[in-house]
Write a protein that binds this ligand. Structure first.
Ligand code: FEO
Length: 398
């Protein structure tokens, strides 16, 4: 529980911190997360989003420290994924099931499907407004950012954007605002973008252009996860602009798994070759690094090298996991190379090249296969592959 925080006059952050969560549908949340919800008091009292079902009582308890939850008149649901809507049934039971839930068309459909219940859905779309007293809530659908139902709610008078998942971070700590935590929050925001939104980068670019064209004044961004951007909201908007452009940088990531250290030796030689060309490089063993941390390093890299031993005529299971994950998030503008040791059949490099092709990565070399244990010549060839990858990257960056 955290005590409700008044973030603007009559507007409270009333959500919950999930200190313990370490796996958020396959994403490593090593600092937990928060499920933010916001209470706006006025002529009508409005709750924007709820929390994961198991935190619903805690949400109601937080609200009750500000007002009697029964005095909530309206719920706005910006997003129906269960970390934000799981608490809706309990909240509605408490405040009165007949009260309206404002949501997008897909939001209503999803909520009905999840809860098998027809609440009093009030469907809104982009440009619709809800004027109550001296406040105006404006809605902006953000389809596929990152679900079909996703939308933003913008409070015009206070220039506050309630942005659902966008601009969020999986971070549960003792700080609640950007000015309290400073740049320490950026790696969390970057990881969030890389693992949740990268796939939708074109839509992010389009949304940012729309918001700019609308001339939307934004004094505060309240995402549904992590800290609130109140001091410098433009910082996270600019970061989203940069990340969604997917422009490659002079950086490579070497990803590998190893059976008897042969592919590990190859990976280290390739890494040395890359470094010899003054290209930054991260060497990431898939047994030591979580797939979501590997993905975070990939977003700004211009080159990747992936190594796998051949196991049962295939790539290693953990490499398959990581490649499937990367493929789903659709990173753009990468060059790539494969490598790996084998005993007798040696299919791994061919399979990795096929994966690169499907990911529309430019394969700079046919790749290196080494039988059993790499000898000096093999390691020299790996070093040279690193050099080739780095040189090609630098040419592409000119
Ligand atoms: Fe935080 Fe898409 O839910």
């Amino acid at each position: 529980m955290y005590k409700p925080i008044e973030i603007a006059e009559g507007i409270y952050s009333v959500g919950c911190r999930d200190w313990d969560i370490r796996d958020f549908h396959g994403y490593s949340t090593y600092e937990g997360t928060t499920y933010n919800a916001f209470l706006v008091l006025g002529e009508k009292n409005i709750l924007i989003d709820t929390v994961k079902e198991k935190f619903a009582d805690e949400l109601l308890s937080n609200i009750s420290r500000v007002i009697d939850p029964k005095k909530i008149d309206i719920v706005i649901s910006n997003h129906t994924e269960m970390d934000h809507s799981g608490g809706i049934p309990k909240v509605m039971h408490k405040i009165g099931a007949e009260k309206p839930i404002y949501c997008s068309k897909m939001g209503g459909k999803n909520l009905k499907s999840h809860f098998n219940k027809d609440f009093n859905f009030q469907v809104v779309g982009s440009g619709d407004e809800l004027a109550i007293g001296n406040r105006t809530f404006s809605f902006l659908e953000t389809r596929m950012l990152h679900w079909p139902d996703s939308m933003f709610t913008y409070l015009k008078e206070e220039a506050i954007l309630f942005s659902s998942d966008a601009f969020g971070q999986h971070y549960a700590g003792d700080m609640f605002f950007d000015d309290e935590i400073g740049d320490e929050i950026i790696p969390h925001a970057r990881k969030y973008y890389a693992n949740i939104l990268l796939h939708f980068s074109q839509r992010v670019q389009a949304l940012l252009k729309d918001v700019t064209a609308m001339g939307l004044k934004i004094d505060m961004i309240c995402p549904d996860h992590g800290i609130i951007w109140r001091d410098n909201p433009s910082k996270i908007i600019e970061a989203y602009d940069k990340w969604s452009r997917q422009e490659p940088s002079k950086k490579a990531v070497v990803i590998f798994d190893t059976m008897w250290e042969s592919t590990a030796k190859m990976a280290r030689a390739i890494t040395s070759g890359i470094e010899s060309e003054d290209v930054n490089v991260r060497l990431m063993n898939t047994r030591k690094w979580h797939r979501s941390d590997i993905m975070t390093e990939i977003i700004d890299a211009g080159a990747i090298a992936v190594g796998s031993p051949t196991l049962n005529n295939n790539i290693f299971p953990v490499i398959a996991d990581v490649m499937t994950y990367i493929k789903g998030l659709k990173p753009q503008n990468k060059i790539a190379a494969a490598f790996g040791s084998y005993g007798w059949s040696g299919e791994a490099v061919k399979i990795l090249n096929k994966e690169f092709k499907e990911m529309e990565m430019e394969i700079v070399d046919k790749g290196i296969r080494v039988q059993y244990v790499p000898e000096e010549d093999d390691l020299n060839a790996c070093f040279d592959l690193g050099v080739k990858l780095a040189k090609t990257l630098k040419e592409r960056l000119v």
